[in-house]
Design a protein around this ligand. Structure first.
Ligand code: ATR
Length: 287
Protein backbone atom coordinates (compact mmCIF):
# COMPACT_ATOMS: atom_id res chain seq x y z
CA UNK A 1 0.00 0.00 0.00
CA UNK A 2 1.39 3.40 -0.92
CA UNK A 3 0.36 7.00 -0.62
CA UNK A 4 0.89 9.82 -3.02
CA UNK A 5 2.51 13.09 -2.10
CA UNK A 6 0.24 16.09 -2.01
CA UNK A 7 1.37 19.43 -3.34
CA UNK A 8 1.80 21.37 -6.52
CA UNK A 9 4.62 19.39 -8.10
CA UNK A 10 4.09 18.46 -11.76
CA UNK A 11 2.71 14.98 -12.37
CA UNK A 12 5.56 12.52 -12.81
CA UNK A 13 5.90 9.06 -14.35
CA UNK A 14 8.91 6.84 -15.05
CA UNK A 15 10.28 4.01 -17.13
CA UNK A 16 12.57 1.64 -15.24
CA UNK A 17 14.89 -1.01 -16.62
CA UNK A 18 18.48 -2.21 -16.31
CA UNK A 19 20.02 -0.95 -18.53
CA UNK A 20 17.58 1.78 -19.56
CA UNK A 21 19.61 4.20 -21.69
CA UNK A 22 18.19 2.81 -24.96
CA UNK A 23 14.54 3.43 -24.04
CA UNK A 24 12.54 5.58 -26.43
CA UNK A 25 9.59 5.87 -24.04
CA UNK A 26 10.59 9.35 -22.73
CA UNK A 27 10.45 10.71 -26.30
CA UNK A 28 6.91 9.38 -26.70
CA UNK A 29 5.47 10.55 -23.37
CA UNK A 30 7.24 13.91 -23.29
CA UNK A 31 6.00 14.60 -26.84
CA UNK A 32 2.42 13.89 -25.70
CA UNK A 33 2.86 16.09 -22.60
CA UNK A 34 4.16 18.97 -24.72
CA UNK A 35 1.60 18.65 -27.49
CA UNK A 36 -1.24 18.55 -24.94
CA UNK A 37 0.31 21.43 -22.96
CA UNK A 38 0.22 19.38 -19.77
CA UNK A 39 2.68 20.09 -16.99
CA UNK A 40 4.17 16.71 -16.35
CA UNK A 41 7.44 14.82 -16.53
CA UNK A 42 8.35 11.34 -17.74
CA UNK A 43 11.76 10.13 -16.60
CA UNK A 44 14.08 7.27 -17.48
CA UNK A 45 15.46 5.62 -14.32
CA UNK A 46 18.02 2.83 -14.12
CA UNK A 47 16.99 0.39 -11.38
CA UNK A 48 19.27 -2.48 -10.48
CA UNK A 49 17.32 -5.72 -9.82
CA UNK A 50 18.49 -5.60 -6.17
CA UNK A 51 16.82 -2.20 -5.74
CA UNK A 52 13.53 -3.07 -7.45
CA UNK A 53 11.51 -3.66 -4.26
CA UNK A 54 12.68 -0.37 -2.70
CA UNK A 55 11.92 1.53 -5.87
CA UNK A 56 8.42 0.08 -6.32
CA UNK A 57 7.39 0.49 -2.69
CA UNK A 58 8.80 4.03 -2.58
CA UNK A 59 7.88 5.66 -5.89
CA UNK A 60 4.56 7.11 -4.71
CA UNK A 61 6.28 8.89 -1.80
CA UNK A 62 8.73 10.30 -4.33
CA UNK A 63 5.83 11.88 -6.21
CA UNK A 64 5.46 9.45 -9.13
CA UNK A 65 1.99 8.46 -10.34
CA UNK A 66 3.31 5.27 -11.93
CA UNK A 67 5.36 4.24 -14.89
CA UNK A 68 6.54 1.70 -17.40
CA UNK A 69 8.53 -1.40 -16.61
CA UNK A 70 10.98 -2.95 -19.01
CA UNK A 71 13.63 -5.67 -19.11
CA UNK A 72 14.61 -7.27 -16.72
CA UNK A 73 11.81 -6.23 -14.32
CA UNK A 74 8.61 -7.15 -16.16
CA UNK A 75 8.09 -10.41 -14.26
CA UNK A 76 9.66 -9.70 -10.86
CA UNK A 77 7.78 -6.42 -10.46
CA UNK A 78 4.60 -8.43 -9.83
CA UNK A 79 6.00 -9.52 -6.43
CA UNK A 80 5.88 -5.92 -5.21
CA UNK A 81 2.51 -4.56 -6.42
CA UNK A 82 -0.92 -4.63 -4.74
CA UNK A 83 -3.31 -5.33 -7.64
CA UNK A 84 -2.44 -7.42 -10.71
CA UNK A 85 -4.90 -6.92 -13.57
CA UNK A 86 -6.05 -9.96 -15.59
CA UNK A 87 -3.78 -9.58 -18.65
CA UNK A 88 -0.66 -9.18 -16.50
CA UNK A 89 -1.80 -12.11 -14.36
CA UNK A 90 -2.21 -14.35 -17.41
CA UNK A 91 1.16 -13.34 -18.85
CA UNK A 92 2.97 -13.22 -15.48
CA UNK A 93 4.52 -9.96 -16.65
CA UNK A 94 3.62 -6.26 -16.44
CA UNK A 95 4.78 -3.19 -18.33
CA UNK A 96 2.57 -0.51 -16.77
CA UNK A 97 2.04 0.55 -13.13
CA UNK A 98 -0.22 3.20 -11.65
CA UNK A 99 -1.59 4.24 -8.28
CA UNK A 100 -5.32 3.92 -7.70
CA UNK A 101 -7.02 4.29 -4.31
CA UNK A 102 -3.60 4.27 -2.67
CA UNK A 103 -2.66 0.90 -4.19
CA UNK A 104 -0.09 0.00 -6.83
CA UNK A 105 -1.81 -1.53 -9.87
CA UNK A 106 -0.04 -3.49 -12.62
CA UNK A 107 -1.12 -4.41 -16.14
CA UNK A 108 0.40 -5.46 -19.45
CA UNK A 109 -0.38 -3.32 -22.51
CA UNK A 110 1.95 -5.01 -25.04
CA UNK A 111 -0.81 -7.14 -26.60
CA UNK A 112 -3.08 -4.09 -26.75
CA UNK A 113 -0.26 -2.17 -28.48
CA UNK A 114 0.27 -4.94 -31.02
CA UNK A 115 -3.43 -5.07 -31.96
CA UNK A 116 -3.98 -1.30 -31.87
CA UNK A 117 -1.10 -0.86 -34.32
CA UNK A 118 -2.67 -3.22 -36.85
CA UNK A 119 -6.16 -1.81 -36.18
CA UNK A 120 -4.92 1.71 -36.95
CA UNK A 121 -3.11 0.71 -40.15
CA UNK A 122 -5.55 -1.90 -41.49
CA UNK A 123 -9.00 -1.07 -40.04
CA UNK A 124 -11.29 -4.12 -39.63
CA UNK A 125 -8.47 -6.42 -40.71
CA UNK A 126 -9.57 -9.22 -38.36
CA UNK A 127 -13.31 -8.80 -39.01
CA UNK A 128 -12.62 -9.26 -42.71
CA UNK A 129 -10.43 -12.30 -42.07
CA UNK A 130 -12.47 -15.50 -42.56
CA UNK A 131 -9.48 -17.73 -41.67
CA UNK A 132 -8.02 -16.30 -38.46
CA UNK A 133 -4.96 -18.51 -38.37
CA UNK A 134 -1.61 -17.02 -37.38
CA UNK A 135 1.98 -18.19 -37.47
CA UNK A 136 4.07 -16.61 -34.73
CA UNK A 137 7.84 -16.69 -35.23
CA UNK A 138 9.58 -16.70 -31.85
CA UNK A 139 8.71 -17.72 -28.30
CA UNK A 140 10.53 -15.06 -26.26
CA UNK A 141 8.93 -12.56 -23.89
CA UNK A 142 7.56 -10.49 -26.76
CA UNK A 143 5.52 -13.36 -28.22
CA UNK A 144 3.26 -14.00 -25.22
CA UNK A 145 1.24 -10.78 -25.13
CA UNK A 146 0.82 -10.97 -28.91
CA UNK A 147 -0.51 -14.53 -28.72
CA UNK A 148 -2.75 -13.54 -25.80
CA UNK A 149 -4.21 -10.62 -27.78
CA UNK A 150 -4.76 -12.74 -30.88
CA UNK A 151 -6.55 -15.45 -28.87
CA UNK A 152 -8.96 -12.79 -27.57
CA UNK A 153 -9.67 -11.94 -31.21
CA UNK A 154 -10.45 -15.60 -31.98
CA UNK A 155 -7.25 -16.65 -33.76
CA UNK A 156 -5.78 -20.14 -33.87
CA UNK A 157 -2.07 -19.93 -33.41
CA UNK A 158 0.93 -21.93 -34.56
CA UNK A 159 4.13 -20.89 -32.80
CA UNK A 160 7.61 -21.78 -33.96
CA UNK A 161 10.93 -21.10 -32.28
CA UNK A 162 14.57 -22.08 -32.78
CA UNK A 163 14.55 -23.58 -29.28
CA UNK A 164 11.57 -25.93 -29.33
CA UNK A 165 11.32 -26.15 -25.52
CA UNK A 166 10.29 -22.47 -25.42
CA UNK A 167 7.46 -22.85 -27.93
CA UNK A 168 6.30 -25.97 -26.05
CA UNK A 169 6.28 -23.92 -22.84
CA UNK A 170 4.04 -21.34 -24.51
CA UNK A 171 1.64 -24.06 -25.62
CA UNK A 172 1.55 -25.35 -22.02
CA UNK A 173 0.95 -21.84 -20.67
CA UNK A 174 -2.06 -21.21 -22.91
CA UNK A 175 -3.40 -24.74 -22.39
CA UNK A 176 -3.34 -24.02 -18.65
CA UNK A 177 -5.20 -20.77 -19.30
CA UNK A 178 -8.02 -22.71 -20.97
CA UNK A 179 -7.07 -22.26 -24.63
CA UNK A 180 -6.50 -25.98 -25.15
CA UNK A 181 -5.79 -26.83 -28.79
CA UNK A 182 -5.82 -23.20 -29.95
CA UNK A 183 -2.03 -22.77 -29.66
CA UNK A 184 0.33 -25.40 -31.03
CA UNK A 185 4.04 -25.65 -31.72
CA UNK A 186 5.74 -26.27 -35.06
CA UNK A 187 9.40 -27.11 -35.72
CA UNK A 188 11.52 -24.07 -36.58
CA UNK A 189 12.82 -25.75 -39.73
CA UNK A 190 9.22 -26.16 -40.95
CA UNK A 191 8.44 -22.43 -40.77
CA UNK A 192 8.33 -21.90 -44.56
CA UNK A 193 6.19 -25.03 -45.09
CA UNK A 194 3.21 -24.12 -42.93
CA UNK A 195 2.26 -20.78 -44.45
CA UNK A 196 -0.36 -21.75 -47.03
CA UNK A 197 -3.36 -21.72 -44.64
CA UNK A 198 -2.21 -18.73 -42.54
CA UNK A 199 -3.89 -15.32 -42.71
CA UNK A 200 -1.38 -13.63 -40.39
CA UNK A 201 2.40 -13.95 -40.01
CA UNK A 202 4.16 -12.21 -37.10
CA UNK A 203 7.89 -12.03 -36.44
CA UNK A 204 8.52 -11.66 -32.68
CA UNK A 205 12.19 -12.69 -32.85
CA UNK A 206 15.14 -10.32 -32.93
CA UNK A 207 16.05 -11.60 -36.41
CA UNK A 208 16.14 -8.89 -39.06
CA UNK A 209 16.98 -6.17 -36.56
CA UNK A 210 20.00 -4.00 -37.39
CA UNK A 211 23.05 -5.90 -36.13
CA UNK A 212 21.23 -9.27 -35.93
CA UNK A 213 21.16 -12.08 -38.51
CA UNK A 214 18.42 -11.97 -41.15
CA UNK A 215 15.27 -14.00 -40.72
CA UNK A 216 15.31 -16.70 -43.36
CA UNK A 217 11.84 -17.60 -44.55
CA UNK A 218 10.33 -18.28 -47.95
CA UNK A 219 6.92 -16.62 -48.30
CA UNK A 220 5.97 -17.96 -51.74
CA UNK A 221 3.18 -20.23 -50.43
CA UNK A 222 1.60 -17.47 -48.34
CA UNK A 223 -1.82 -16.48 -49.68
CA UNK A 224 -1.88 -13.00 -51.18
CA UNK A 225 -4.31 -11.61 -48.58
CA UNK A 226 -2.26 -12.74 -45.59
CA UNK A 227 -1.07 -9.88 -43.39
CA UNK A 228 2.60 -9.79 -42.45
CA UNK A 229 3.87 -7.86 -39.47
CA UNK A 230 7.11 -7.56 -37.52
CA UNK A 231 7.85 -6.29 -34.03
CA UNK A 232 11.30 -5.19 -35.20
CA UNK A 233 11.25 -1.50 -36.20
CA UNK A 234 14.94 -0.89 -36.81
CA UNK A 235 15.04 -1.01 -39.81
CA UNK A 236 11.44 0.09 -40.19
CA UNK A 237 10.99 -2.21 -43.18
CA UNK A 238 12.70 -5.46 -42.34
CA UNK A 239 13.64 -7.97 -45.03
CA UNK A 240 10.53 -9.94 -44.02
CA UNK A 241 8.30 -6.94 -44.73
CA UNK A 242 10.11 -6.13 -47.97
CA UNK A 243 9.72 -9.70 -49.18
CA UNK A 244 6.00 -9.69 -48.26
CA UNK A 245 5.42 -6.30 -49.88
CA UNK A 246 7.19 -7.42 -53.05
CA UNK A 247 4.77 -10.29 -53.50
CA UNK A 248 1.76 -8.06 -52.84
CA UNK A 249 0.89 -8.94 -49.23
CA UNK A 250 -0.39 -6.27 -46.84
CA UNK A 251 2.26 -5.32 -44.26
CA UNK A 252 2.39 -3.43 -40.96
CA UNK A 253 5.70 -2.36 -39.41
CA UNK A 254 6.55 -2.71 -35.71
CA UNK A 255 7.02 0.91 -34.68
CA UNK A 256 3.34 1.45 -33.96
CA UNK A 257 3.32 -1.35 -31.36
CA UNK A 258 5.87 0.58 -29.29
CA UNK A 259 3.81 3.74 -29.60
CA UNK A 260 0.38 2.21 -28.93
CA UNK A 261 1.48 0.19 -25.88
CA UNK A 262 2.31 3.56 -24.28
CA UNK A 263 -1.22 4.98 -24.70
CA UNK A 264 -3.02 3.37 -21.70
CA UNK A 265 -0.28 4.35 -19.23
CA UNK A 266 -0.22 7.98 -20.37
CA UNK A 267 -3.98 8.18 -20.06
CA UNK A 268 -3.91 6.77 -16.51
CA UNK A 269 -1.11 9.03 -15.25
CA UNK A 270 -1.91 12.28 -17.01
CA UNK A 271 -5.68 11.94 -17.52
CA UNK A 272 -5.85 12.47 -21.27
CA UNK A 273 -5.83 9.89 -24.06
CA UNK A 274 -2.98 10.55 -26.51
CA UNK A 275 -2.86 9.85 -30.24
CA UNK A 276 -0.35 7.95 -32.29
CA UNK A 277 0.40 10.26 -35.20
CA UNK A 278 2.79 10.27 -38.15
CA UNK A 279 4.58 13.17 -36.50
CA UNK A 280 5.29 11.01 -33.42
CA UNK A 281 6.50 8.14 -35.62
CA UNK A 282 8.99 10.46 -37.32
CA UNK A 283 10.13 11.90 -34.00
CA UNK A 284 10.87 8.45 -32.55
CA UNK A 285 12.56 7.25 -35.74
CA UNK A 286 14.85 10.26 -35.89
CA UNK A 287 15.88 10.02 -32.22
P1 ATR B 1 12.52 -11.52 -25.41
O1 ATR B 1 12.20 -12.46 -24.30
O2 ATR B 1 12.74 -10.11 -24.97
O3 ATR B 1 11.57 -11.61 -26.57
P2 ATR B 1 14.60 -13.30 -26.14
O4 ATR B 1 14.31 -14.22 -25.04
O5 ATR B 1 16.05 -13.05 -26.43
O6 ATR B 1 13.97 -11.88 -25.96
O7 ATR B 1 13.87 -13.86 -27.43
C1 ATR B 1 14.24 -13.49 -28.68
C2 ATR B 1 13.60 -14.41 -29.73
O8 ATR B 1 14.42 -14.34 -30.89
C3 ATR B 1 13.55 -15.88 -29.31
O9 ATR B 1 12.44 -16.46 -29.92
C4 ATR B 1 14.86 -16.40 -29.89
O10 ATR B 1 14.89 -17.80 -30.12
P3 ATR B 1 15.48 -18.78 -28.97
O11 ATR B 1 14.41 -18.95 -27.96
O12 ATR B 1 15.78 -20.05 -29.71
O13 ATR B 1 16.70 -18.11 -28.43
C5 ATR B 1 14.87 -15.67 -31.21
N1 ATR B 1 16.20 -15.64 -31.79
C6 ATR B 1 17.23 -14.84 -31.44
N2 ATR B 1 18.30 -15.10 -32.23
C7 ATR B 1 17.93 -16.09 -33.10
C8 ATR B 1 18.58 -16.78 -34.17
N3 ATR B 1 19.84 -16.51 -34.52
N4 ATR B 1 17.87 -17.72 -34.85
C9 ATR B 1 16.59 -18.00 -34.52
N5 ATR B 1 15.92 -17.37 -33.51
C10 ATR B 1 16.58 -16.43 -32.81
Amino acid sequence: MSEQKNGTEPKKAFVIGFPISHSKSPIIHNHWLTSKQLSGKYEKISVDPHDLKNFITGFAQDGYLGGNITIPHKETVLEHVDVIHPTAKRLKAANTLWIEDGKIHADNTDGYGFLANIDQNKPNWDQNDPIKKALILGAGGASRPIIDGLLERGFQIAVTNRTKARSDAIVDLFNDLGFEGQVYAIDWKERSNVLSDRSLLVNTTALGMTGQPELEIDLKTLSEDALVTDIVYSPLKTDLLLQAEKQGNPIVDGLGMLLHQAVPGFERWFGSRPEVTDHLRKLVLSA
